[in-house]
Design a protein around this ligand. Structure first.
Ligand code: ADP
Ligand code: F6P
Length: 473
């Protein structure tokens, strides 16, 4: 049977939904974790398009199916490919390398060949469903070889790629064995989008230094002579939809209940992250534990709610991190808890959107303190849902810091300064917090997820003849 074809094709490592086999053997589909799906789910609603991606488990892929008007094409990964392409090359080589080597990157030759094979599989699957002259929007570090592999079989397509994570400085990128092949892979695209200007500049510099490719402004000349634009298009959230949810009477009521269930603390601090070593959860807990121990925060009147979505659980670095976090939570509660008073409320699971909005609306101060993050949508979600006098403590190493300049900015590596920043946010007069929140809301509103998608697609259509202005930093 021939498959239908589409004028717009999305490819990302994961489909927007994850396959889970229930106890009775039936198949259930749940929303996939992470910021990519949060953003793209909103953007794709109502558009006729195909989405190519992995279904999230090993084995033969399910047949293509329709979900929310989109045609989803599952890519199958064998158990070996999950180990080598997904856990290995994508998340144990590229992920740490692209996040400032917070943990060491591991280099294995067999992982590289698996990555190449899978990228070819994605390119073939895109080619199958792309109508003549279609627009193809590729996503993230797992698919950096796809642009050139796809161009080789379908030169008629307009190909764009967006990187959801940072692109490292050339001095770090250079460590990667076979580094040129990734750059050549990306240069198969017509337009390459990055979270912030520094990422785009890092990519162009890598092309200049490692491929000797001519670079003029934000345009790189590829080895085949094509001009490829690499520029910043910062990602965002669906502000209108989330604001509506956050200000609904049900959400506001639920926010009150959440506070009441915790004994109506004077100060409610909040962390929401995938359980990932890039997110700085350990540093945050250290700072909080010390503030309690120093007597700066009262364990009877303060709560830290730390929500952590399980992620990449078979990888050693993630297992170690989970142990460290659970030990730290145990230590803080062991030292400071009392009957009815639990200073850290740690929940390692996912919540529905409605509950997330209520948790954001309940908090006084959000602690978004990644050691490195491409953007961090949690920061933007908090600003959208929070009370007018709530405060955001935000790492300077999150892409979001470029837009949310009135957050309480911090260097999470510096635990003393992190403690000072947290207490400054708690102690600030309500009026100051309100002013900061207003300014951050304006920044988020000025660039919501629909604006992001339009900017990306417009740059893709125009590239490279009509370079548009780079947005943000
Ligand atoms: P990343 O893409 O690295 O996971 P982001 O902060 O950009 O980081 O995006 C995370 C997304 O996942 C946000 O939309 C956030 O609301 C969502 N999320 C994080 N933790 C949970 C959770 N426990 N339950 C539901 N959604 C979550
Ligand atoms: O951009 C970060 C990212 O890799 C996205 O692809 C996704 O949003 C998230 O992390 C989830 O990661 P994984 O697909 O490995 O569970």
């Amino acid at each position: 049977m021939t498959s239908p074809t589409f004028d717009l094709v999305i490819a990302a490592n994961r489909l927007p939904v994850d396959k889970e086999v229930a106890e009775d053997g039936s198949i259930e589909w749940h929303r996939s974790p992470g910021g990519l799906v949060t953003a793209m789910e909103s953007v794709m609603r109502g558009r006729e398009a195909a989405w190519i991606g992995w279904s999230g488990d090993a084995g033969d892929p399910p047949e293509p199916f329709e979900e929310n008007g989109m045609y989803l094409v599952p890519i199958g990964l064998s158990e070996d490919e999950v180990t080598n392409y997904y856990e290995g090359y994508s998340n144990d080589t590229l992920w740490p390398l692209y996040h400032d080597v917070i943990v060491p990157a591991t280099f294995r030759r067999r992982w590289r060949s698996s990555y190449e094979r899978l990228n070819q599989r994605f390119a073939d699957a895109v080619s199958e469903v792309a109508a003549p002259g279609a627009t193809v929007w590729l996503h993230d570090y797992q698919l950096q070889r796809v642009p050139s592999l796809l161009r080789a079989i379908r030169p008629d397509l307009r190909i764009g790629w967006f990187n959801h994570i940072p692109f490292p400085p050339v001095e770090i990128f250079m460590q990667l064995p076979g580094r040129e092949t990734l750059l050549e892979g990306l240069l198969g695209a017509d337009f390459l989008g990055f979270q912030v200007r520094a990422d785009a500049a890092n990519f162009r510099e890598a092309c200049r230094r490692l491929l000797r490719a001519p670079v003029k402004g934000d345009v790189v000349t590829a080895p085949d002579g094509r001009r490829v634009r690499a520029a910043a298009v910062p990602i965002s959230i669906d502000v209108e939809e989330l604001r509506e949810l956050a200000t609904s009477p049900e959400t506001l009521q639920r926010a009150k209940e959440i506070r009441a269930e915790m004994g109506d603390p004077e100060v409610l601090l909040l962390g929401v992250d995938r359980l990932d070593y890039t997110k700085g959860i350990r540093h945050r807990l250290k700072a909080y534990g010390e503030l309690l121990a120093d007597g700066r925060l009262d364990p009877r009147k303060t709560r830290l709610v730390q929500i952590a979505t399980p992620s990449r659980e078979r990888l050693q670095a993630y297992r170690v991190l989970r142990g460290q976090i659970e030990q730290a939570v145990g230590r803080i509660n062991g030292d400071h808890a009392d009957f009815g008073d639990t200073p850290v409320v740690y929940m390692r699971r996912s919540f529905p959107k409605e509950e997330m909005a209520a948790i954001y609306a309940a908090a006084d101060v959000a602690l978004v303190t990644p050691l490195r993050d491409g953007m961090n949508l949690v920061a933007k979600e908090f600003v959208t849902c929070a009370r007018d006098d709530a405060a955001l403590v935000l790492s300077e190493f999150a892409g979001a810091a470029g837009e949310l300049k009135r957050a309480y900015l911090c260097n999470p590596h510096d635990v003393d300064r992190l403690k000072q920043t947290i207490t400054a946010a708690i102690d600030a007069p309500a009026d100051e917090r309100r002013k900061r929140m207003r300014s951050m809301r304006r920044a988020v509103l000025a660039n919501d997820v629909h604006h992001w998608a339009e900017a990306f697609l417009a740059s893709l259509q125009a590239a490279p003849e009509l370079p548009a202005e780079e947005s943000a930093r």
